[in-house]
Design a protein around this ligand. Structure first.
Ligand code: ATP
Length: 138
């Protein structure tokens, strides 16, 4: 399998910088898979799980919104926030999800609803990805 260089960055950290065989993430059009040699394009990254298959197996991370720059031999994801499953504070994410759901019961302004929906999506994604951590699986 041909490898490509993959970097996943946030404004605060470099989450991943190594070779990969395949990268799957969610865009506005749904999930896509990138392999080496892909034609160049730029795509939005939506809140979701990023799945990296590399020479040492598959890794999953939770990501917030961002942008992906694809080139045949190099892929870069610049995203607001990203965490490996074992880094996620699951109770914090569950509390954030409850707060966002509670706000949505009373909010009426479109910008408030959008903000709370985004917060709920980030938190729900973190809850789901945290469950993939070895310690969560028992
Ligand atoms: P919260 O309301 O819990 O702060 P949030 O969705 O507003 O959640 P973000 O703005 O997406 O948080 O992220 C802010 C920073 O906090 C980022 O560095 C992100 O990685 C980290 N972070 C947010 N939630 C968690 C969590 N449950 N566990 C670990 N890190 C988290």
């Amino acid at each position: 399998m041909t490898l490509f260089k993959l970097a996943i960055l946030t404004p605060y950290r470099l989450l991943y910088s190594a070779s990969a065989e395949s990268l799957r993430f969610v865009t506005s059009d749904g999930q896509i898979e990138i392999l080496a040699g892909h034609e160049p394009f730029v795509a939005p990254v939506a809140i979701g799980a990023v799945r990296i298959r590399g020479p040492e197996g598959e890794r999953v991370a939770a990501v917030s919104e961002g942008v992906a720059t694809i080139r045949p031999d190099r892929v870069e994801l610049l995203i607001d926030a990203a965490e490996w499953p074992e880094e996620i504070d699951a109770p914090r994410a569950a509390a954030a999800l409850e707060r966002a759901k509670k706000r949505l019961e009373t909010e009426t302004m479109p910008w408030e609803i959008e903000r709370s929906r985004d917060a709920a999506a980030r938190a729900g994604n973190r809850v789901a990805v945290a469950a993939l951590a070895p310690s969560a699986r028992g």
